[in-house]
Design a protein around this ligand. Structure first.
Ligand code: 6PG
Length: 257
């Protein structure tokens, strides 16, 4: 039975990002105390940029031994690492370079390689870093996820076979628009993480947020984000007021704090 999602609503994207940075640090501290390392899967897109920027600020950066952090990615576009569409390029600019993270701690998906090759190589990376027992899924300490207004997350898009993948940890996939060729962690990996944190802002996602959080029986569409149901880890939704604007239940509104 997957845990009940923890819904947190913040007044604006900046407040959301600062609370997400607090959660990032607390998750890291717990993981490092338990196993002397922190395996984190980073999200691409635009929403997490503010979070990454806050983590590099002196008041946050000094609170963590960054040498214990291994940085992974939830998905990548099949482009070179210097391409403007590359998730690695965005995180490198906003997080890795400012924090001077050594390349040995950065594990990007090789978007420049043939997708199947890159997917298999990334599974090898995951296996090396997480060292799961034979037949077990890798366990990341924290996975950051965004959500598109079509309900996709990572590069798990509606109607794609990636949603039914039961054994592979990383698969190539096709996005409906933009840089179509992608690489993505599968739901098996995401749902075995210790903490899954969705960061969702803006009014254009409010309709999907309502369905996901308050799924009505008659709702015919099942969005990919609804398949994120951690086996035993925590599932948190960090929403700004705009993204939560169609929710009818009284979720945990942090904006008053
Ligand atoms: C990507 C992300 C993708 C993103 C959502 C939301 O590669 O773009 O993995 O899943 O999180 O599309 O994107 P925004 O944060 O830009 O709205």
């Amino acid at each position: 039975m997957s845990p009940v999602p923890e819904i947190h609503i913040f007044s604006d994207p900046q407040d959301l990002a600062s609370k997400a940075a607090d959660l990032f640090l607390s998750s890291a501290e717990q993981a490092i105390a338990a196993s002397n390392r922190f395996l984190v899967g980073l999200s691409g897109g635009t929403t997490p940029k503010t979070l990454y920027s806050i983590l590099t600020s002196s008041s946050y950066a000094r609170r963590l031994d960054w040498s214990k952090v291994q940085f992974l990615f939830g998905d990548e576009r099949c482009v070179p690492p210097s391409h403007p569409d590359s998730n690695f390029a965005m995180v490198n600019e906003t997080l890795f370079t400012p924090l001077k993270i050594p390349s040995t701690q950065i594990h990007r998906m090789r978007g420049e390689d043939p997708p199947q090759t890159a997917a298999s190589q990334y599974e090898d990376t995951l296996r090396r870093l997480s060292a799961p027992a034979p037949g077990e899924w890798p366990v990341l300490d924290l996975i950051l996820l965004g959500m598109g207004n079509d309900g996709h997350t990572a590069s798990l898009f509606p109607g794609t076979t990636s949603l039914n993948e039961q054994t592979r940890w990383v698969v190539p996939n096709l996005a409906p628009q933009g840089t179509r060729s992608r690489l993505t962690l599968t739901l098996g990996v995401i749902n075995h993480a210790s903490v899954v944190l969705f960061l969702v802002t803006g009014p254009n996602k409010a309709h999907v947020v309502r369905q996901v959080i308050e799924r009505q029986p008659m709702d015919p569409v099942l969005y990919p984000v609804e398949l994120v149901q951690p086996q035993s880890g925590r599932l948190l939704w960090y929403l700004d007021r705009a993204a939560a604007s169609q929710l009818s239940v009284s979720a945990k509104d942090e904006s008053s704090r």
